[in-house]
Design a protein around this ligand. Structure first.
Ligand code: ZN
Ligand code: ZN
Length: 265
C-alpha cells in the first residue's frame, strides 16, 4: 500500500540528520547547547558556530513552549467514526469494518492465487524476465533470462490491489522473482496473462516489458498467508483509515464487493 510504503522513515532531523525524528525532539540539541554554554563560560567573547546558534534557538523555543499553559483540550473523538463516546481502540464500527476487510482480503488473495496458478505464475513457475529488470538494467536492453517465481509478499498483494482510484490506499500488486541470483519485484500487470479486471486493474502508461510464463507451477501457500497476521500494510491501513476520509465510501464499496465474492471452484 502506497501510504504504508511512503510513511516508512520519511522524517529526517534537520539538526543532526538522523531519520526518525525532527529537531523539536532531537536529543543532540541540548548536548550542543551545553557545550556552547561551557565555552561561553570560559570565554565571554566566544562566537558560536552555526549548529550552536541553532541549538540555542531551539532550546529557547522549547523553554517558551514548556512555560506556556496548554490550551484546554477539546473532548477527544474517535478518530475512526468521530464519536465522542469512545476512542478509536474501542470503536465498535472499526471492529466491524476490520472484520469485513479481513474477509474481503482473504477472498481477494484466494482469487489471486487461483489466477496466478492458472496463468502459469504460481510459486515455483519458471518465467522469462527481460534483461532490463535485472540489476541496474537499462529499460530498453534486449534479451531475457529465466527466473523462478519465488515469493508472494503480503504487503504487495491485498484487496487494495483492486482499488483503481489511486492514492494512499491503493496497492500496486507485485510478486518476487528470483533471477540471476537476485530477487526482483515484478508488477503483476506486467506478467503476460488475461488477468481479471476486477482483480488486477489495468494500469495505463509505462509498460515496456512483459514477463512470460515458461513452465507453470503452483506451490500451496500456508493458511497464514490469507490472514492479516504479520501484515504490515493492512495494519497501517487499520491505524490510519477514517470514515471522514474522502476515499472511505469507495473503499467501503470495494470491501463490500469482495466480502461477497463468489470464489471460483
Ligand atoms: Zn536530531
Ligand atoms: Zn468510533
Amino acid at each position: 500500500m502506497k501510504g504504508y510504503e511512503w510513511g516508512k522513515g520519511t522524517v529526517k532531523c534537520g539538526f543532526c540528520g538522523i531519520h526518525g525524528h525532527n529537531v523539536t525532539s532531537c536529543s543532540a540539541v541540548p548536548i550542543i547547547y551545553k557545550r556552547y554554554c561551557d565555552k561561553l563560560e570560559k570565554d565571554a567573547h566566544y562566537w558560536p558556530s552555526y549548529p550552536e546558534r541553532r541549538a540555542k534557538q531551539e532550546m529557547l523555543r522549547r523553554q517558551i513552549k514548556s512555560s506556556t499553559p496548554k490550551k484546554k483540550r477539546r473532548k477527544a473523538r474517535c478518530s475512526f467514526c468521530n464519536s465522542l463516546k469512545h476512542k478509536r481502540n474501542r470503536c465498535p464500527k472499526l471492529t466491524k469494518f476490520k472484520a469485513k476487510v479481513e474477509k474481503a482480503n482473504k477472498n481477494w488473495r484466494k482469487c489471486f492465487i487461483n489466477e496466478a496458478n492458472s496463468h502459469g505464475f504460481g510459486i515455483g513457475s519458471l518465467v522469462s524476465v527481460p534483461t532490463g529488470l535485472i540489476g541496474d538494467g537499462y529499460p530498453h536492453s534486449e534479451g531475457s533470462s529465466v527466473g523462478i517465481v519465488s515469493g508472494f509478499d503480503k504487503n504487495k498483494l491485498n484487496v487494495f490491489c483492486s482499488y483503481d482510484k489511486g492514492g494512499l490506499y491503493s496497492t500496486v500488486p507485485a510478486v518476487e522473482v528470483l533471477v540471476e541470483g537476485e530477487t526482483v519485484k515484478v508488477i503483476v500487470s506486467r506478467m503476460k496473462a488475461d488477468w481479471s479486471k476486477g482483480l488486477i486493474p489495468h494500469r495505463s502508461g509505462w509498460q515496456f516489458y512483459e514477463v512470460l510464463s515458461i513452465n507453470g507451477d503452483s506451490a500451496e501457500l500456508p493458511d497464514e498467508w490469507y490472514t492479516t497476521d504479520d501484515d504490515d500494510a493492512i495494519k497501517w491501513f487499520f491505524d490510519n483509515i477514517s470514515m471522514k476520509n474522502r476515499d472511505f465510501e469507495m473503499l467501503e464499496e470495494l470491501i463490500q464487493k469482495w466480502t461477497k465474492f463468489d470464489l471460483p471452484k
